[in-house]
Design a protein around this ligand. Structure first.
Ligand code: HEC
Ligand code: HEC
Ligand code: HEC
Ligand code: HEC
Ligand code: HEC
Length: 490
């Protein structure tokens, strides 16, 4: 996708018109004219390209020398004050998104983001027997990521591994310290140590410049081993062997990949608690289920039904990947980090947040490609959200009923084989439901895909209910995912 088609068009017309009008004046003059015009056109083009290049790179005065040992974003900010100022703004929160609370000794925060489980009790039912049923909130700006992780009730009241820190702290210095210089060893040690021990041993800060940028060149870079491995597995599933993200990714891909180190579904593998992305079979929700079934993974046993349940988390990258924007090469940064004009230069807005937060941000993102009004774009997003919410309610109610039916069936003498079959349906229906609600765009990143996977939830839940009543549902034509009855891995 190019945002700047105007230059090319102008360049072409400037070179063509005069040539046609001078045909009768004789060859030498015509040749001279063509050459002059061509020379002017080329000079013009080069100047344009050069000015744009200059403009693209923000003016940069090296005040301090930055290398791998400089972790503090304030120091980087002396070279790049505009990026640093906007980066700090991720601490800001609109008043309407705050939930005020009385600070306690364990949790001194005076406000947090709003609770998602208070807003929808079906989430609590779905997560019975798991930490998410006690505390789960809306996300907020990056500046909060470490504090919110340290103080969630999921951390204060449950044992969590150091692997949690992968996506909530600035990583390079932490793994270097833990491994005495050997980053791979430090990463392995961090994953499996208790989070509280990690917190006591190291200084934890939110994601910083050094996590996304090469210090000397400022090029985007990948700093997370789980992503390097995950994207390699995914590319292999697409027939691309030995993919090395650091060498093989395009500049445009990097504008999504830096985010995909964290905004993805994950699990902790084995006793080593190695952070792992389930991408061996592809990036759809059904690919993830296939993966978990094959490795025999279960997050928790559902307290009300005994189903072997999976927990999904924020598959923003995988879902974006199913939509038209990804197909067109439009990345996370295009919508969440717009260019801001500052005098002659363009600067990337580092206040990463919703592009819909103001007319100014809608203008700087959507309207660079969609030639319409801010109000029209807001309306289109609103409509996608409304349709998504309606579809979600239908499928969430179906899942809720399946859970209650299994609970009741356990007490009324329903045969074990039927109960187990229904629990297997619950495992899959619940994973897809969870995947859908923990994705953060309420359908926007891939509208068609999001509705289609919600349909699967409804279908799987209703099949589970029918199985409890002794109905044979295996021969019913239906989506591929539910044509074969699911089984729970041992
Ligand atoms: C693969 C990266 C990744 C890992 C690992 C990870 N998180 Fe997160 N976490 C995120 C992202 C991205 C968000 C913001 C999006 C969202 O809230 O869905 C988030 C949001 C949160 C939030 C705020 C919203 C909420 O859920 O209440 C808390 C608290 C949190 N994580 C705690 C944890 C804990 C505890 C662990 C370890 C069990 C953990 N995280 C592991 C990426 C990760
Ligand atoms: C979450 C990842 C992330 C973090 C953290 C981050 N950046 Fe960036 N930064 C980006 C992306 C994405 C771009 C756009 C790069 C491109 O298009 O090639 C960018 C671009 C830049 C550029 C190039 C000029 C421009 O404005 O486009 C500079 C300079 C920069 N960032 C400085 C910083 C500084 C200083 C910090 C810390 C205060 C920082 N960045 C933190 C992702 C990040
Ligand atoms: C190191 C992991 C990490 C990286 C890299 C990362 N994020 Fe996040 N992001 C998080 C976490 C964690 C949160 C939630 C913080 C909280 O709620 O305290 C979050 C929150 C957000 C939010 C919600 C902000 C709000 O105001 O509600 C958006 C939008 C977002 N990230 C987009 C991005 C984009 C786009 C990129 C890439 C340029 C990116 N993130 C890179 C971990 C990450
Ligand atoms: C074409 C534009 C576009 C692209 C590309 C895009 N997003 Fe979004 N994103 C949106 C919109 C629109 C929303 C909904 C915001 C709203 O309703 O306020 C959203 C919501 C989010 C949220 C929740 C924000 C909040 O305030 O709670 C996160 C996190 C997020 N996106 C991350 C990503 C990541 C990571 C990528 C890349 C893998 C990405 N987005 C790609 C437009 C985009
Ligand atoms: C860099 C260019 C670019 C940006 C920025 C961009 N879009 Fe798009 N958008 C596209 C393209 C290309 C398509 C696909 C058009 C097609 O093939 O029909 C598209 C399609 C859409 C669709 C139809 C989705 C579907 O699944 O059919 C919506 C809605 C949309 N964009 C909204 C937005 C919003 C809202 C923003 C800003 C947050 C935004 N876009 C930013 C290029 C962009």
């Amino acid at each position: 996708m190019s945002n700047e088609p105007t230059e090319q068009t102008t360049g072409k017309t400037a070179g063509e018109t005069p040539v046609a009008g001078r045909r009768r004046i004789g060859l030498p003059i015509a040749v001279l004219a063509v050459c002059t015009v061509a020379a002017i056109a080329i000079t013009w083009l080069l100047t344009t390209i050069f000015t744009h290049k200059q403009e693209y790179k923000s003016p940069f005065t090296e005040v301090v020398t930055i290398d791998e040992t400089v972790v503090d974003p304030a120091v980087w900010g002396r070279n790049f004050p505009l990026q640093y100022e906007s980066y700090k703004l991720t601490a800001e929160m609109p008043e309407s998104e705050k939930a005020y609370r009385t600070p306690t000794e364990a949790d001194p925060r005076t406000f947090t983001a709003k609770s998602k489980i208070e807003a929808d009790p079906r989430l609590v039912t779905m997560w019975q027997g798991y930490a998410f049923s006690v505390d789960y909130r809306e996300p907020r700006g990056h500046e909060w990521m470490t504090l919110d992780q340290q103080l969630t009730r999921r951390m204060l009241e449950f044992k969590q591994p150091g692997a949690c820190a992968n996506c909530h702290v600035s990583l390079p210095a932490v793994v270097r310290q833990l491994g005495n210089g050997d980053e791979a060893a430090g990463w392995a040690a961090m994953n499996k140590m208790p989070y509280k021990e990690l917190d006591a041993q190291t200084e934890l800060h939110p994601v910083a410049c050094i996590d996304c940028h090469e210090p000397t060149t400022m090029k985007l870079r990948i700093t997370r081993p789980a992503f390097i491995e995950g994207i390699k597995e995914y590319k292999a599933s697409q027939g691309i062997k030995d993919y090395d993200v650091t060498k093989d990714a395009t500049t445009q891909e990097m504008r999504a990949f830096v985010c995909a180190q964290c905004h993805v579904e994950y699990y902790f593998k084995g006793d080593e608690k190695t952070l792992t992305f389930p991408w061996d079979k592809g990036l759809t929700v059904n690919n993830a289920i296939e993966y978990y079934d094959e490795v025999g993974f279960t997050d928790f046993t559902h307290k009300l039904t005994g189903a072997k349940a999976l927990k999904a988390q924020h598959p923003d990258f995988e879902t974006w990947n199913q939509g038209v924007h990804a197909r067109a090469g439009v990345t996370c940064a295009d919508c969440h980090m717009a260019y801001k004009r500052d005098g002659a230069s363009k600067v990337t807005d580092h206040q990463i947040a919703s592009p819909m937060r103001s007319d100014e941000t809608v203008n700087a993102t959507c309207l660079t490609c969609h030639h319409t009004t801010e109000a029209e774009m807001k309306g289109r997003v609103e409509q996608i959200h409304t349709r998504y919410d309606e579809a979600k309610d239908i499928s969430f109610n179906a899942l809720d009923m399946l859970i209650r039916d299994i609970e009741a069936a356990q007490a009324n003498g329903t045969p074990d084989a039927q109960l187990d079959a229904a629990r297997a349906y619950q495992r899959n229906a619940q994973y897809i439901m969870d995947y859908s609600v923990s994705e953060n765009s309420r359908g926007f990143h891939a509208p068609g895909y999001s509705i289609s996977i919600l349909n699967q939830v409804t279908d799987l839940s209703r099949r589970g209910q029918l199985v409890l009543r002794g109905v044979d549902v295996t021969n019913t034509p239906g989506p591929v995912s539910s044509a074969t009855p699911p089984t729970t891995p041992a």
